[in-house]
Design a protein around this ligand. Sequence first.
Ligand code: AMP
Ligand code: ZN
Length: 115
Amino acid sequence: MQDCIFCRIVAKEAPATIVYEDDLVVAFHDIYPKAPVHILIVPRRHIPTLAHVTPEDEPVLGRLLYAARVIAQEQGILESGFRVIINTGRHGGQEVYHVHLHLLGGRPLGPMLVR
Ligand code: AMP
Ligand code: ZN
């Protein structure tokens, strides 16, 4: 999967500011941050989209959310609050086809969706 930028980051073959990693997931700063805290949390394993997950992926899916909570605390946004987003597919606005959870915070994030 060397043509996948997030696989390359997981493999430490592409640069990223990694803020958290464990046996299932890796987290790093989004290269174009949309908020004071904007971190991407990705499975180590290449899964293209949320539409591709299977029952075996349940542990990693849980870990993505739990890691978001751990990182939110480390980033100092646990009390002020934060948002997690997983864009999926064409209508979801997904640009990188390796599942990733956006962790956003550090300012009021406004309405959930812009029409
Ligand atoms: P999405 O639209 O949900 O697929 O979001 C993809 C995100 O990945 C965007 O917010 C990009 O800024 C971010 N991104 C793309 N390439 C990199 C990279 N090399 N390192 C960090 N973030 C990246
Ligand atoms: Zn990948």
